[in-house]
Structure formats: C-alpha cells, structure tokens
Design a protein around this ligand. Structure first.
Ligand SMILES: Nc1ncnc2c1ncn2[C@@H]1O[C@H](COP(=O)(O)OP(=O)(O)O)[C@@H](O)[C@H]1O
Ligand SMILES: Cc1ncc(COP(=O)(O)OP(=O)(O)O)c(N)n1
Length: 266
C-alpha cells in the first residue's frame, strides 16, 4: 500500500508543540505519511526559546537529496527558514518539484523570540512565495511583510489580495488569531475571497497553532483536496485542537493533535 505523503521543511521544537513535531503529529492524524527536513534546532518549551542552532546549508541539501532519491512527496509545508541561503536552497528545490506547497512564514514565536534573520524576509518573497499555493501569515507576519496595518476583516481581505498581486504567491490565508472577537481567517486563491469563521475559545494554550494549521492544510492537499476544501477541513481541525488543548508546562500550552480521536483508547 502506498500512503499519501507530505514533507515538512521546518525547525524542531524540543517541547513538542510547534515546528516539525507539531507537523508530523498533524500529518499522522490525517493518515498522511510525514517526512521532515530540519532547518534549525530550537531549545524550546511552553515558556519560550532558550537557544537556536541552524542546520548548515550543505546538510539541508543532503536531507533534501535523501528524500528526492528515494521517497515520493505529495505535498510540502515549510515553517522556520532562518537565513537567505536556506530560503534559496529550499525554494529552488520546491520549484523543481511542482507539488502542492503551503508556506508558513514564521518570523517570531508567540513568546517573542525571533526565528528568522531580518534579511530573510525579502528572501521569502524572492525564493519561496512564487512556488506557494498558499502562504499562511498571522496578522503580525502579514503586517510586517506587506508594511500595512491589519485591524478589520476588510484589511485582511486587502492583505490576502496583496500577497498574490505583490508578493507573488498563488494564494494567501490571513489568520485572524491575533485579532479580537471571532477567530476569522480569510483565504484568497487568486480568484475568490473566502472567509472561515469559528467562535474564539478562551484559552492561553495556543502554542503551535500556526504550524498545526499549515500542516493540516498540506496533509489535505496531499490527499488531493482543493485548497478551499483543505482549509475548511483544517480550520475545523485546529479549532478542536485548541478546544482540547493541554495544560502542559508553565507557559502557553500546546494544542491537542488527537482531539478528533478523544475517547478512542480506553
Ligand atoms: N483562541 C482561539 N480560538 C479559536 N481559534 C483560534 C484561537 N486562536 C487562534 N485561533 C485560530 O488558530 C489558527 C492559527 O491562527 P493564529 O493564532 O493567528 O496563527 P499563529 O499561530 O501563526 O500565530 C487560525 O485559524 C486562528 O483563527
Ligand atoms: C521550531 C518552531 N517553529 C515554528 C514556531 C512557531 O510556531 P507557531 O505555531 O507559529 O506559533 P507559536 O507556537 O510561536 O505561537 C515555533 N515556536 N518553533
């Protein structure tokens, strides 16, 4: 049996809530075989990031080569890409594959630790966005990348359009977790603007939500779903993962990747 597969190219979170750990856990929940190419190692927990080591670019290339010579890739997700050189290497590799690709432009952790060098921001639109079916910025990321302020749903729609028109991606999903009120996300696929809306859940345990959401979208694309359908399924998935999130650690706890299976194992 050949399973659906997805590749995450991202950083490691030793605390298990974000990064490749969240990505692989999420892919597994969608019965998609997850593979990982590590870009950086973070010494991290629910309270914050203690230290970061970036994988040397030649080793990044070695990991990509190991995947390509042996394993099929149905969809790709990228997360933490710290340097311009890493962005170039990853972007060129993805460009040669022509597979569904979700680009999560992570810049800073919720705890305030930078995950990307400042000069890498421009490299994202140069090397990664042109290959992306969808870029998934949160509000601060979209504001930084577009140089605009986002406060309303109308602003989110404008931002989604600008990602496609100015920053070169095929689609954009602006995530509204950092605004107040309902948890609203806006998707523009280059043709139609769509809104995904859920009630806001009262919790501080949202560590890893962005990684989990982007990986669920990649897993659904790997399964052959359209982008709007993949986002709809993944929005429901992330909402339940937040609703059943864990009170683990002293900081912002992780989401619950197995929320959809609660009660299965007695
Ligand atoms: N408290 C919450 N209740 C319900 N949904 C939330 C909540 N916080 C975030 N979300 C949703 O989680 C997803 C991730 O959003 P966001 O927090 O903006 O991204 P990031 O983790 O990258 O900062 C989005 O679908 C957002 O609407
Ligand atoms: C290694 C690593 N990659 C990405 C993140 C950011 O995770 P995200 O889900 O976007 O948000 P927070 O967990 O920071 O709220 C990370 N922390 N570590």
């Amino acid at each position: 049996m050949r399973p659906y597969t997805a590749l995450t190219i991202a950083g490691s979170d030793s605390g298990g809530g974000a990064g490749i750990q969240a990505d692989i856990k999420t892919m597994e929940e969608w019965q998609v075989y997850g593979m990982s190419v590590l870009t950086s190692l973070t010494a991290q927990n629910t309270m914050g990031v203690r230290e970061v080591h970036h994988v040397p670019v030649p080793f990044l290339t070695a990991q990509l080569k190991s995947i390509e010579e042996d394993l099929p890739v149905d969809a790709i997700k990228t997360g933490m890409i710290s340097s311009k050189e890493a962005a170039r290497t990853v972007g060129e590799w993805i460009g040669a594959r022509r597979k569904p690709y979700v680009c999560d432009p992570v810049m800073v952790t919720a705890s305030g630790h930078p995950l990307m060098e400042e000069e890498t921001r421009e490299a994202l639109s140069e090397y990664l966005f042109p290959h992306a079916d969808v870029v998934t910025p949160n509000i601060p990321e979209a504001e930084t990348l577009l140089g605009m302020s986002i406060k309303t749903e109308a602003d989110m729609e404008e931002a989604a359009g600008l990602f496609v028109e100015k920053l070169g991606s095929r689609g954009a999903l602006i995530k509204g977790g950092h605004l107040e009120g309902e948890a609203v996300d806006v998707l523009y696929d280059g043709e139609i603007m769509r809104t995904y809306r859920e009630a806001r859940i009262k919790t501080d345990n949202t560590h890893g939500t962005g990684c989990t959401y982007a990986s669920a979208i990649a897993a659904n694309l790997a399964r052959g779903r359209t982008l709007p359908a993949a986002v709809e399924k993944s929005k429901h998935f992330i909402t339940e993962a937040i609703r059943h999130s864990f009170d683990l650690g002293s900081g912002s706890g992780p989401t619950n990747h197995w929320a959809g299976r609660i009660g299965e194992i007695k």
